[in-house]
Design a protein around this ligand. Structure first.
Ligand code: SF4
Length: 350
């Protein structure tokens, strides 16, 4: 089994053995120390680092890099949690505490960007793990990857919830002068109680807004992805209005999002388990709202309208359906599924 196959599609063809088993001695386990006490880092050598999605994919990006797997930001709703299951790792606390580190990510990227192999298409980071999660402070893989992308003049995007991105301020400013760069902070809510309950490992959302401001001051356009929105927790008119007002104040270059959380198998169990501890009165309502993966269409449209209205109120200017700058340099076709509201990629160009 090649690491590339794990990255793309999950547990195919591994014949019952764990995927780590199939990597043999390639996994080196490192116990976290100091501020990382209680964490474990699983060092692996990736066969390839650029992951190319199938042409049929509806996602707004074609190529991705995820140098880590698992995420200490510990969002209870994280859609990437089930990918730990493919490695026979726990998708609840294990996803937050056992982080796979592709230690050769930078050297792989340098090789894969060779002109004869690569046509210079945009690459998205932050699609399956946060590239600036806490351990990036020690491994520096995201920084190394960006250095390689900048040297190659290759367009890229970064989506993060972390303030650590300001460490790379100068590098990103340089990148923005040399190629197309899209940076987005993910801020679904400013409600401190909801933040603590659902994103316990992330920096406070107000600190993320400071990052937007810092990047703007450094000449790097930075947008905000207001997602996911959590029904009954962060979908109030005032809550969404507060987020939009703060984004505008911070000088966000775009505001996109408004998607209600989607709860695929695995994520659903973890999320509802957390909810039972933090907001038990909402569990039954979630079970009714989510007979499947998505919230009902009318709810999704309602929340999109709220976000759209908030943007209009605070900018009083144009609201455009547009490509999703949060995660890529532009979709090849609209991202919304047939049953989703047409404003799934709501974005305000500022
Ligand atoms: S920051 Fe992103 S990848 Fe990390 S736990 Fe939260 S949703 Fe998942």
């Amino acid at each position: 089994m090649r690491w590339r196959d794990i990255d793309r599609d999950g547990p195919r063809n591994h014949g019952g053995a764990t995927l780590f088993d199939s990597l043999g001695g390639a996994v080196e386990r490192r116990a976290g120390e100091g501020q990382f006490l209680g964490m474990e880092f699983l060092h692996v050598e990736a066969r390839t680092i650029i992951n190319s999605l199938p042409a049929r994919s509806r996602l707004p990006f074609r190529h991705t890099i995820n140098a880590y797997r698992g995420c200490s930001h510990a969002c209870s709703y994280c859609f990437a949690r089930p990918s730990h299951h493919w490695l026979d790792l726990d998708i609840d606390e294990g996803f937050e505490r056992q982080v796979v580190v592709k230690v050769n990510a930078v050297e792989r990227l340098r090789a894969e960007l060779a002109p004869r192999r690569w046509a210079g298409e945009p690459i998205a980071m932050g699609t399956n793990t946060d590239p600036y999660q806490r351990c990036e402070a020690i491994y520096g893989l995201t920084r190394g990857l960006i250095e390689v992308l900048v040297a190659a003049g290759n367009p890229f995007s970064v989506l993060t919830k972390s303030t650590l991105v300001v460490r790379d301020l100068e590098l990103l400013a340089d990148a923005a002068r040399r190629t197309e760069v899209s940076i987005n902070l993910s801020i679904g809510t400013l409600d401190p109680e909801v933040w603590r309950a659902t994103e316990p490992g992330t920096p406070h959302p107000r600190r993320r807004l400071e990052v937007v401001e810092r990047l703007r001051e450094a000449g790097v356009r930075c947008g905000v992805l207001v997602a996911p929105v959590l029904p009954g927790l962060s979908d109030g008119v005032d809550q969404l209005d507060d987020v939009v007002a703060a984004c505008v104040d911070a000088g966000a270059s775009s505001i996109s999002g408004g998607q209600l959380v989607y709860l695929k198998p695995g994520t659903r169990q973890v999320f509802l388990g957390h909810l039972a501890r933090t907001h038990p009165h909402l569990v039954e309502r979630y079970e009714a709202w989510y007979p499947g993966v998505y919230a009902p269409g009318d709810e999704r449209r309602r929340v999109h309208r709220l976000l759209e209205d908030a943007i209009r109120r605070h900018r009083g200017t144009r609201v455009a359906l547009s490509r999703n700058r949060a995660t890529g340099a532009g979709p090849r076709r609209p991202v919304s599924r047939p049953s989703e509201p047409p404003s799934a990629q709501l974005e305000l160009g500022l």
